[in-house]
Design a binder for this molecule. Sequence first.
Ligand SMILES: *Cc1c(COP(=O)(O)O)cnc(C)c1O
Length: 220
Amino acid sequence: MNPENYRAICEELKPHHCRLVAVSKTKPVEDILQLYGAGQRVFGENKVQEMCSKYEQLPKDIEWHLIGHLQTNKVKYIAPFVRLIHSVDSLKLLAEIDKQAQKNNRVIDVLLQMFIADEETKFGLSEPEAEELLISTEYTRLQNVRICGLMGMATNTGDEAKIASEFAQLQSFFKKLKTSFFSAQPHFKELSMGMSADYKIALRYGSTYIRVGSMLFGER
Ligand SMILES: *Cc1c(COP(=O)(O)O)cnc(C)c1O
C-alpha cells in the first residue's frame, strides 16, 4: 500500500466532486485493511468469487463495487451486498440483476459499460446498443435495478489526445442520455472513468468515480 499516493489522489479529487474506487483485485485482505485504516471505504473487484471472499473477511461498512465482466450465473452471489455494478453490458445481465435484487428485497445500482476504446478485447455497449436497451419494453419493466450512469475504459496507450477524445465522447453521450432518457431521474449522475494511468485526464471530462489499483497497491 502506498499512503503517499493515497493522500495525493484524495487531495486531487476534492475540487472535482469525484470519488475513488480503490481497485484491490489480486491483493490480500491485509492490504485492503491498511487502506481502510487510512479512511478508504470504497473498494473495487473484478471477480465475483474474490469479492465474496473478501466481503466475508472484511469490515461490513466497506462499499463493494464490481468493476469487471459479470456472468449472469454469478449475479446471485453478489446480489445481497454489492453496492454498485460498473460493468453491465447487456439487457440479459440487467434482467438477471433485477431478478436477484428482487429476491434480496432490494434495488441494485448499476452503470452501463460503454465500449469507447480502440481495442477488441474490451467489453461494453456501443451508443446505439445502449439506446436500444433503454427503449426496450423489457428494460422499462425492471423494478429492482437503477441505472445510475455510465462506465468506460479508454485505450491503453500513451497517446493522451486519444484518451482525452475517448473520455470526451463518453461524457458527451452521458450528457445526451441525462437530458433524454433520464431527465426525470436525478440518480443518473455517475460517470466511472479513469484508472492509474489516465485518471488525471478523466477528471477533466467530468468523471465522478475513478478506479485506481496499481497506484495504490503497487503492480499486480
Ligand atoms: C484493474 C482495473 C482497474 C485499475 O487499474 P490500474 O491500472 O491498476 O489502476 C480499473 N478498472 C477496471 C475495470 C479494472 O479491471
